[in-house]
Design a protein. Sequence first.
Length: 498
Amino acid sequence: MRTALMNYIRAGYSGIYVISSEETRFEAEAKSVAEELGYALLAWSATDGLINTADGSARDCRDPLDMLQVIDELPESSIVLLRDFHLFLEDPDPFLLRLMRDALRVGKTAGLVLIVCGCRLVLPPEIEHDMVTVEFSLPDSEALGVILDGIAESAEQEKPTGDLRGQLLDAASGLSSVEAEDAFALSVVEAGALSVTVVAREKARAVKRNGLLEICPAPGSLEDIGGLDLLKGWLNQRHSAFGSAAAEYGLPSPKGLMIIGIPGTGKSLTAKATAGIFQLPLLKLDAGRIYGSLVGQSESNLRSAIQTVEAIAPCVLYIDEIEKAFSGSKSSGSADGGTASRVFGTFLSWMQDKTAPVFVVATANDVSQLPPELLRKGRFDEIFFVDLPDVDERSAIWGIQVRKYGRDPEELNTESLVNGSDGFTGSEIEQAFVDALYTAFAGGREPTDEDVTQALASTVPLSRLMADQLDGLRQWAQGRTRPATTRSATQPKRRLQY
């Protein structure tokens, strides 16, 4: 960021829009750049007016219109930092826009630079081509290390070194400087020393606060999933692809995986288990919350989520039912002014060009809603299709579910239950056993084969309710996706008859 800022100023850019919520840290960076380039740095706000940061002298022009009218009176080689100015650009006064354009034009010839620092991008069309937009990234490990050492010193503790230092910095990655400082300080207060557990907990809270991302505390395991041997083998083959050995070998980091199938077939479980296999933190993106009501808010939300994910990397990013997030991208020009299309384009560009070690796992139920651009090679490393579980898979699922609820599969006739649950998804098998538990609990006894059989008989599986859709999904998947199980590869499932 520092180098980019210096290059823009040296090249004569008169308008720079910096997207960041860390006003204090950016101002410190801007001050350092101004000193190195020999520029004066002035900061404006609606509360203080225009202040020279070198001597503290101020001009009483707290109204943005008054401030823009005195720009041409400032000495050459000056940088004017505009605090919270994006709020005045949301529904701008035409007079303010005219003054802004005049100030940017004057800056070109007088060596003046206007820098707007805002937490989100708000640029009216009248000036969007007169300003360059840059993102001020979250603090890296070096910057977090300075904060960590400062907290340790203020708490009169030894500066952490070795593995503890690395773990603390990893736990704080993705936080702003203020959030990291608060988390380190809280860990000292709660644990009496710098604690990785406390810092990681606070990061989970901070990431979840914006509603876009959530850190899942306990990634799953492939042992919780019955079947899907081909998909499991593919994942196990890449479990060490994020390590230094893979980089030295010249192996690029895997990009991601899409899993397609009807609901309840283990797609979400597999996505969560991926983080456990890779031994990486798992972040879940709530794609529906990306879209906001304000102009530019949706694009800003996505950029913010991407910035956080890349700061936490290496990690696994989980997007559930991705078709619901981008299904309207084709018609968004008439429906929402092109917002969905722009958000989708930003996401595609990031998926194609990202260099940060972020493994994206996306699940989808309805392929008809997926834009074709999302499915081409280069976005995801592979696309798998998950069909209804076969006999062997159902047997494994029954064993997993019965043990999950503290019972012994040997006490039930699992062979009969496997045959009786043909056409059931894994989640439907689980729910049938839960229903049997309710029945047995009401009778004051342990569940029997009859309880489970009755629960199965009273359940209408999705394979019956969605028979036509499932057949269509299977036909679409042939030749377009990889099967998740060996049986799917050799014996395509026929339409179930009832």
